[in-house]
Design a binder for this molecule. Structure first.
Ligand SMILES: [Zn+2]
Ligand SMILES: [Zn+2]
Length: 238
């Protein structure tokens, strides 16, 4: 891993050849990932609505065109800059079919069922106007097991109904969105805060067994490397 840029707002790190992490700091510490495909770049998650300038600068520095934007789930710290980025670059935006309506602005996430705690958080965030991302006009709906470029889409609902993970067979890398994080040097499962349905998320983790990985790329925190990263993750369930 090589740190290419670091300031108080964000950090850009080359994780391995053709894979970059843009890690934002305050207020949500969200990651965006740039992933090189043969025809250009794929961006996994877009940060908050004000992060697009930094992302565009980083794309420019790679010298590659941005072709695709894949959103792991509809929370505003992941889908926030998708509208501005697709407008600026012409990149196609993808999200799971169950989260598309919250990303294209036809529905508010405050209407979602879930645990009492998560509903309280969602409705509070809705009331102060920070729950839903800036609407993206055209979002292509993804299904479980669909392939986008070289990435395998895994529908892993629970955190939101349309949360997805993405697997690269070539790199043995798994983008896990907000299903897990790697903060304070510790891998953890995300059974709190904004996760709507923890039981459903628990079931979703078993899907990872089919996708051997040595690199986990979470929505928050550092990349996690291990010989069997999926086993490490699943061991936290017990
Ligand atoms: Zn989230
Ligand atoms: Zn998040």
């Amino acid at each position: 891993m090589t740190i290419l840029h670091k300031d108080i707002h964000h950090r850009v790190e080359l994780i391995e050849d053709g894979l970059w992490q843009i890690g934002f700091n305050f207020p949500t510490s969200t990651n965006c990932w740039l992933y090189q495909e043969s025809d250009g770049l794929v961006l996994v998650d877009t940060g908050n609505s004000w992060n697009h300038g930094t992302i565009l600068d980083t794309v420019e520095r790679t010298g590659q065109p941005l072709r695709k934007i894949i959103i792991t789930h509809a929370h505003p710290d992941h889908a926030g800059s998708a509208a501005a980025l697709s407008e600026a670059t012409g990149a196609t935006v993808y999200a799971h079919k169950e989260d598309v309506k919250y990303i294209n602005g036809t529905k508010s996430m405050a209407s979602l069922p879930g645990s009492i705690e998560s509903r309280l958080l969602h409705s509070t965030a809705d009331r102060i106007g920070i729950l839903n991302p800036s609407p993206v006009k055209n979002v292509l709906a993804l299904e479980d097991n669909q392939i986008v470029g070289t990435l395998h889409v895994i529908h892993t609902p629970g955190h939101t109904p349309g949360s997805i993970s993405l697997w690269s067979e070539k790199r043995k890398a798994l983008f896990v969105g907000d299903n897990a994080s790697n903060g304070w040097l510790r891998l953890r499962l995300n059974f709190s805060w904004f996760t709507l349905d923890c039981d459903r998320l628990k079931e979703s983790f078993s899907k990872y067994k089919r996708f051997p990985s040595s690199l986990l790329l979470p929505g928050h925190g550092a990349a996690y490397r291990s010989r069997d990263a999926v086993a490490d993750l699943l061991s936290l369930l017990h």
